[in-house]
Design a protein around this ligand. Structure first.
Ligand code: SF4
Ligand code: SF4
Length: 126
């Protein structure tokens, strides 16, 4: 399935500040303690910074080369490992949940979204 990279670029441009915020992430790990997904699992892919950098961060870095599979992989992070509780705290002021939320919006605009009929943990590939 094709995705519209120009549309993605246009949507990214509307959140240019998020690109700056994500670029200053120091990988300090402080946000991990505020996310129950990480605290319960210890899974490094569940840290808020990982989820934001590997969704919206990747979109900013390689929007021209993104394909449907990339967005599907992001879906597993931004829906499968985040409930948008907005508890993630970053001492540098990075609004991680907003970054994840915008990544969801961009995915949805390209036909990639959580299908709740798949069940509470049913993150399946389309
Ligand atoms: S707390 Fe902020 S700077 Fe540290 S890893 Fe998380 S997002 Fe990056
Ligand atoms: S918004 Fe997502 S990443 Fe942030 S603390 Fe909640 S579940 Fe974790």
């Amino acid at each position: 399935m094709n995705i519209d990279t120009k549309k993605i670029k246009s949507m990214l441009d509307r959140k240019g500040r998020m690109k700056i915020f994500l670029s200053v992430c120091a990988s300090c790990g402080a946000c991990a303690d505020s996310c129950f997904y990480y605290r319960n699992s210890g899974d490094p892919e569940s840290t808020p910074s990982y989820k934001a950098l590997n969704s919206l961060g990747i979109m900013f870095r390689k929007w021209k080369k993104l394909d449907y599979d990339d967005l599907t992989a992001m879906k597993k992070l931004i829906w499968g490992k985040c409930v948008m509780c907005r508890r993630c705290y970053c001492p540098l002021g990075i609004d991680i949940s907003s970054a994840i939320s915008w990544a969801r919006t961009i995915c949805r605009a390209n036909g990639v979204y959580e299908d709740f009929s798949e069940g509470p943990s049913g993150i399946k590939d389309k």
